[in-house]
Structures are given as C-alpha cells and as structure tokens.
Design a protein around this ligand. Structure first.
Ligand SMILES: [Zn+2]
Length: 160
C-alpha cells in the first residue's frame, strides 16, 4: 500500500489517497466534480486490485445495462409472432389452401407465442406449461379480435 497524489481535472485541487482505491469513482473534495482516481499511478508499483470495482457504482451500472441488453432483443419474436400468422394466412389463402391450414397456422403461432412469453417471464416447471397454454389461448383470442378488426376495416373499404 502506498499513497497516490493527483489533481482534480476540474479545479486542480490536489488530492492524496491510498492506492487501494485506484479506479474508484470519487467526488472532488474541492468542487465535488465526479472523477475516477487514476489507475496509472498504481500500476507502476504493483497490479491494481480488481476487488475494488465490485461495490462501485460503475460496476453496478455496467451489470444493469448488461441485463437490460439481454432482455431487450427477446421481445422482438413476440411482435413477429403477432403479425406472422396474418402474413402466412394471406399467402395460404392466395395459394387456395383450405381453412384448416389457416387455422393451424394461427394455432401454431399462438402456441409459439405462449411458450416464448412464458420463457421470457422465466416461468419454470409444470406451472410454465399451464401458463404457456393460457398465454397461447389469450393470443388466439387476440388473433380473432385482430382478424375481426381487419375484416371490419375491409368491409368499410368495400362499402365506400
Ligand atoms: Zn475539483
């Protein structure tokens, strides 16, 4: 352990502290400017202890943003699954496929949606299966409402 000395980049206040705190975020005692204690001073004597970063705000905010990054892209498939069956149904109908194929297309998409949503919400065990089916059923209802809405819009356009 040794003392390091540096100056605040904002007000040039001279600061001295133990080199154990290298890399830590502090507020300048002179002007309360937020800064990091320089690491370079420490590296000259012996390697910087990594345990210091654990409790610091920098480490916490980094971890928080990492978990946010993991969650964000996972919602995209849900939006895709919301619109996918209508797109598929349009293709199926334009290829003169039967209504059974269209129905299955909606049911499979609803199931995929339900199971994916249960996975995103981190349900586990038998409960996850039940919740998945509930989500799937709810999604089927949403599909029906959306289909009716599209039909209604189509009728409005035809009437005009
Ligand atoms: Zn300062």
């Amino acid at each position: 352990m040794s003392e390091i000395k540096f100056a605040c980049p904002h007000c040039s206040q001279h600061i001295a502290c133990d080199d154990l705190y290298c890399g830590e975020r502090i507020d300048c005692p002179g002007c309360e400017w937020e800064m990091f204690i320089p690491v370079a001073f420490k590296e000259r004597s012996h390697p910087c202890s990594t345990t210091l970063d654990f409790g610091s705000e920098k480490g916490r905010s980094q971890r928080a943003s990492e978990s946010r990054d993991q969650q964000q892209p996972s919602l995209l498939p849900l939006w895709v699954l919301l619109l996918l069956p209508f797109f598929l149904a349009f293709i199926l109908i334009s290829h003169r496929a039967g209504m059974v194929a269209v129905e299955w297309c909606f049911i499979l998409c609803a199931l995929a949606f339900g199971f994916y949503l249960a996975k995103v919400r981190e349900h586990t065990g038998i409960g996850a299966f039940v919740v998945s089916l509930l989500y799937s059923f709810a999604m089927l209802v949403v599909y029906v409402i959306m289909a009716l809405a599209i039909l209604f819009m189509g009728c409005l356009v035809l009437i005009r």
